[in-house]
Design a protein. Structure first.
Length: 318
């Protein structure tokens, strides 16, 4: 069942009429197929017009769409022979972060990503994609394992942020995130990160300090959520739309700022409207990025990756 966002109401009305017509039979006065075809043309045109001029706050809604493909969807669509690996070997298994070895288009690779879940049961099981320290320590273990066996690391970023609970803070949330970022930066194997939905705060960059950072067209990536920013600066959530614009969290803004390397075009209406198309687009972008890094030795990869992020800091100071 299709879920429509607030700004998609005109599209929802047209698609509702199409659904009604499909349940009717032709009469002498009306040709159902012709009417459906005409309405579908209107829907396609309206989708293009709407999604061509989305405001940052609307992009936030699309990035959080409940039907948007999540990490496990990309693993199922792009990775063969995926073997999940669990646990941080220190405290527990964190299901908010999925990781394991598989084959991406014929290449063995380590795949790590945040999984939000797609219904109430799975969202609770995966803690809505908000990892605890043990999740980041598991990611560190898997990245180091990948380096040991000379496997490229492919990450899927999709989290509102790291879990902010008391227990997580007691177990060293900040230290775990910092060590995960450090591990990304010192890897001597290729690392490709793709922001597929929400890229929230340190919880996101813990898996995204990569050689190539890709981002879906309607994904978001920021130091804080618009609601969190609004509550701090304006003391009210009603300013979330203003905060979203100020944060410059869209893929287009971040490409201009040099924070990400490539924007991956989504199907008209968002990634959830055509999963096969978005799987192909993401797969092609990852493959292109891996090809660009092929032939670089480990020391060169690490040096270029570190320089890339240091240059971002210098740009921010200038």
């Amino acid at each position: 069942m299709q879920t429509f966002l607030e700004f998609e109401k005109p599209i929802a009305e047209l698609e509702g009429k199409i659904e009604e017509l499909r349940h009717l039979t032709d009469t002498g006065d009306i040709n159902i197929a012709d009417e459906v075809s005409k309405l579908q043309v209107k829907v396609d045109r309206l989708l293009r017009q709407t999604y061509a001029k989305l405001a940052p706050a609307q992009k936030v809604q699309v990035a959080r769409h409940p039907n948007r493909p999540h990490c496990m969807d990309y693993i199922e669509g792009l990775i063969e022979d995926f073997t999940p690996l669990a646990g941080d070997r220190g405290f527990a298994e964190d299901r908010a972060i999925i990781g394991g070895i598989g084959r991406f288009r014929g290449r063995s690779a380590m795949i790590i990503g945040q999984e939000k879940g797609n219904d109430t049961e799975t969202r609770v099981r995966h803690n809505f994609g908000m990892a605890k320290p043990e999740g980041y320590r598991k990611a560190i273990r898997l990245m180091e394992l990948a380096e040991r066996f000379k496997l490229p690391v492919i990450t899927m970023v999709d989290t509102a942020g790291a879990y902010p609970g008391v227990g997580a803070e007691e177990r060293g949330q900040a230290e775990a995130i910092a060590r995960s970022i450090d591990t990304c930066l010192r890897l001597k194997v290729p690392m490709i990160a793709t922001v597929i939905g929400e890229g929230g705060s340190g919880g996101a960059i813990a898996l995204a300090a990569a050689d190539r950072v890709l981002m879906l067209e309607h994904a978001i990536y920021s130091v804080i959520s618009p609601e969190g920013c609004a509550s701090i600066l304006w003391r009210t959530n009603t300013a979330a739309a203003e905060a979203a614009a100020a944060l410059r969290l869209t893929a287009q803004d971040l490409k201009d700022l040099g924070v990400i390397d490539r924007v991956i075009a989504e199907p008209i209406g968002g990634a959830h409207r055509d999963r096969e198309e978005i799987m192909t687009a993401v797969g092609n972008a990852i493959e292109d990025s891996l090809d660009e890094l092929r032939g670089l030795d480990g020391s060169t990869l690490r040096l270029k990756r570190r320089d890339k992020f240091l240059e971002m800091g210098q740009k921010g100071l200038s």
